[in-house]
Unconditional design. Sequence first.
Length: 79
Amino acid sequence: NSHFIDSSRRYHALQKHGIRFIGAGISGGEQGARSGPSIMPGGDASAWSVAGKMLETIAARVDGIACCQWIGPEGAGHY
C-alpha cells in the first residue's frame, strides 16, 4: 500500500523505461495476511493481463471468486 500519488509517480517514471507498473490497494489486515487479502490493482492494463492471474491466486476468495478486481488506471486501486 502507498498513497495513490506515489503510485502515479512510479507509474510514469517506470513507463519512461518501458517497465509496466501496477499499484494496488490491499485490504484485510492480519486475517488477510494469513488467508488472503482483498486486492484492488490499477495501472498499466497490459501489465494486468500478465499479472492478474497471479494476484487473483493470492487474493482471498468468497464463494470461490477471487477478491481481486482490476480498478483502472494508475492510482485508481487506492480508493
